[in-house]
Write a protein that binds this ligand. Structure first.
Ligand code: GLU
Length: 389
């Protein structure tokens, strides 16, 4: 099966850009390359596609600004380089995108921001708001504070997490590698190029060597890891070379690249996670009006909540229980149990006055909710499948 289709047919694209594409060891930032990339991004946005950029290059650019010698840096040196480089990197993106009247917003993430459910929800809400106002989020790891135990360390996997977090349907990894080969091409003259990968099997994983270049941390290994994260959540992935100017246009016109097919769809992936992975930490008892609204695909507003039981934190899974005492849905709470109790039965417009901060309008957003009927259908299907096995 092939997942190749024109970039214009995707809805939300995350583009990961490797350090070596943006930064030259001697000359510093590659401005012409960046301007051409931003023109391509503007083209995608003009078609109504949401674009997110995961840009490496902070450390490389900081190195060049500070004129640090080549070779390995100590942790505090690379963190200082990242601090200097990131400010220059963000400015370069912002200036270059503004040529097409596009606004850039900087997001710096650490591992905890994507792995911890509450921080994950916050980061996702900020990114979604940026997309809503038409901005392009420029994302990088917060290298200035991330130390080895709490870091991604490579932007390939970070970009994949961003893609799944935002429900993107395509992730493009641009680096100096044009795709996946059956063996490292510089070592094996018989290495064959793989244009489409239907599934990341152990054989595919074995093809990924470990090599990374001096400027970037990721090699093929982290790209395949990124592929696993993205494709299992319904996001397609492309590995392509960014060495040419306008690599996105080049992909469109058939430049060599490896395409990884998605499995499932973004919505199913997140909802499957909610339905299958977590035990409800509490219950929201709702009225008949809320049952009808949820049935029509709406979010659960505080106004429809009569009673809150259990101890849960924002981002925990809660069961939504109808007036007859039956679970009708399950979802991620936007509020801690204590705050949920205080705003239950109240209008969303009153939230700020009651809690003292402007929280989310929904108690459980519909994107974070699975109707129990769907959960039931799923387990019945599984039972049926099992009985046929
Ligand atoms: N976050 C690093 C930087 O901006 C790059 C990590 C990577 O190369 O994957 O310098």
């Amino acid at each position: 099966m092939t997942s190749r289709k024109p970039l214009g047919r995707y809805r939300r694209i995350v583009i990961k850009i490797g350090s070596a594409l943006l930064v030259d060891r001697k000359a510093g930032l590659k401005k012409a390359w960046l301007d051409a990339m931003c023109a391509d991004i503007a083209g995608l946005k003009a078609k109504g596609i949401d674009v997110l950029v995961v840009s490496s290059g902070a450390i490389a650019l900081g190195r060049s600004v500070l004129d640090l010698p080549s070779g390995a840096l100590k942790l505090e040196e690379s963190q200082a380089a990242a601090a200097v480089g990131q400010i220059a990197l963000a400015r370069a993106w912002s200036e270059s995108l503004s040529r097409d009247e596009i606004v850039a917003g900087q997001i710096l993430l650490t591992l905890g921001d994507t792995e911890e459910r509450r921080r994950y929800l916050n980061a996702r809400a900020t990114i979604n708001q940026l997309l809503k106002i038409g901005a392009v989020p420029i994302i990088n790891e917060n290298d200035t504070v991330a130390t080895s135990e709490i870091r991604y360390g490579d932007n390939d996997r970070l970009a994949a997490r961003v893609a799944t977090m935002t429900g993107a349907d395509l992730l493009i990894l641009l680096s100096d590698i044009d795709g996946l080969y059956t063996a490292p091409p510089h070592l094996d003259p018989n290495a064959a190029f793989l244009e489409t990968i239907g599934e990341i099997t152990p054989e595919i994983e074995a093809m990924a060597g470990g090599a990374a270049s001096e400027l970037s941390r990721g090699g093929m290994r982290t790209k395949i890891d990124a592929g696993k994260i993205a494709t299992t959540s319904g996001c397609a992935m492309i590995i392509a070379s960014g060495k040419t100017e306008s690599p996105l246009s080049a992909i469109e016109t058939g430049a060599r690249s490896s395409w990884f097919a998605p499995s499932g769809t973004p919505v199913t992936a997140r909802k499957t996670w909610i339905a299958g992975q977590l035990q409800p930490a509490g219950e929201l008892h709702v009225d008949e009006g809320a049952v009808t609204a949820l049935g029509a695909g709406k979010s659960l507003l505080p106004a429809g909540v009569r009673n809150v039981t259990g101890l849960f934190s924002r981002g925990d899974t809660v069961a939504i229980v109808g007036p007859e005492g039956r679970e009708i849905a399950r979802g991620l709470a936007s509020y801690d149990a204590e705050d949920a109790r205080r705003i239950a039965g109240r209008k969303s417009a009153e939230i700020e006055a009651i809690l003292g901060y402007a929280g989310r309008a929904a108690m459980v957003h519909r994107d974070d909710m699975v109707m129990t009927a769907q959960i039931r259908q799923k387990s019945e299907r599984q039972k049926k499948d099992a009985s046929y096995a």
